[in-house]
Design a protein around this ligand. Structure first.
Ligand SMILES: Nc1ncnc2c1ncn2[C@@H]1O[C@H](COP(=O)(O)OP(=O)(O)OP(=O)(O)O)[C@@H](O)[C@H]1O
Ligand SMILES: [Mg+2]
Length: 313
């Protein structure tokens, strides 16, 4: 592939006998937000730690920005901004001093360091809290500062490990906006999460991971398309149901129907045309629709289909 910023081939990582990452392969293109979606213990942090050059894989190959992770680590380090799942901040130091610490690790000094600190504080909306000790910050503010620390050295690749866990809705929104902003500036982003809504909203492509393996990898739309169809629940005036059921069953996009407590469950190949057919039928027969609910498959249902279990306990 031409513009892969991250390539990971057949990577295996074991902790003793436990295989945390099992034959994982994927590529992330420049300017892409790539999601690693999986439940607790799936192997997300282990994978991202390997990409951040913090853990060595037992098997396989990793190429980042064209460099081999095992042999060219020093070229790779400046390319990567890593925002760990566990907060890596000094609570007694101010936001500014925390960022100065991380900036110095990357060789920033003097005016260049000051300019970068000011820029990343602006980016995460914490400029006015620069002098305050981090222990006085909310969970969401700490997360945002953690992201700022990952960006201090202008990396080309940002690795975000569950960046919204434990944050308030406002900070969560803020993080989403900034991740999208960074993508529009050409940043390559790997984003791990166990929230399927986040993967659906943010990611260009998603790898579904469980028990160390990638089970499926594609755009959200294509992954959901694996399942196809959906379910429509409709409630009609009781006296009309008996006469209408055969007609609903005969609609071209309807696969199966059943009646439950006055509600009709309609399984469809494709919800949108089925919905249109249903509404047209009701209008033509002059039947009132009392309630209507459409359930389309989402990443959660894809995960359930692939693993037989739910993403969240
Ligand atoms: N340092 C370690 N020593 C031993 N086992 C580990 C270690 N780190 C992770 N594991 C195991 O490896 C597997 C994958 O863990 P990992 O932290 O990569 O999962 P995760 O997808 O990030 O989960 P979470 O959503 O809970 O953060 C788990 O079974 C975990 O218990
Ligand atoms: Mg993790």
């Amino acid at each position: 592939m031409l513009h892969s910023m991250i390539e990971i081939h057949d990577v295996v990582k074991k902790y003793g006998d436990r295989v945390a990452v099992n034959q994982v392969s994927f590529c992330v293109q420049k300017g892409e937000i790539f999601g690693l979606l999986g439940p607790n213990g799936a192997g997300k942090t282990t994978t991202i730690s390997i990409l951040a050059a913090l853990l060595l894989p037992d098997e396989g190959a990793v190429i980042i920005g064209g460099y081999d992770l095992m042999r060219e680590t020093s070229q790779i380090k400046p390319l990567i901004g890593f925002v760990p799942q566990e907060l890596a901040l000094y609570p007694t130091l101010s936001a500014w001093d925390n960022l100065a610490f991380f900036g110095r690790i990357y060789g920033l000094r003097g005016t260049a360091l000051k300019e970068r600190i000011a820029a990343v504080l602006d980016l995460v909306g914490l400029r006015d809290r620069a002098k305050d000790a981090v222990r006085t910050f909310s969970g969401g503010m700490k997360r945002r500062l953690n992201i700022a620390a990952g960006l201090i050295h202008r990396p080309r690749i940002l690795l975000l490990d569950e960046p919204t866990v434990g944050v308030d809705p406002q900070s969560r929104h803020f993080i989403f906006e900034h991740v999208e902003q960074l993508r529009s500036e050409g940043m390559t982003i790997l984003y791990t999460t166990h929230y399927m809504e986040e993967a659906e909203r943010l990611c260009d492509r998603v790898a579904i991971m469980d028990e160390g393996r990638i089970l499926a990898l594609d755009t959200t739309k294509a992954l959901i398309g694996l399942l196809g169809g959906g379910v429509i629940y409709v409630r009609l005036a009781a006296e009309t149901i008996e006469t209408l059921l055969p007609a609903i069953r005969a609609l071209p996009h309807v696969q199966a129907i059943s009646a439950q407590d006055g509600r009709i469950k309609i399984e469809t190949k494709d919800t949108h045309p089925a919905l249109q057919e249903l509404i047209e039928l009701c209008i033509s027969r002059d039947v009132s629709i009392l309630s209507l609910e459409v359930l389309e498959p989402n990443l959660e249902s894809v995960f359930l289909h692939l693993t037989g279990k739910r993403l969240r306990d």
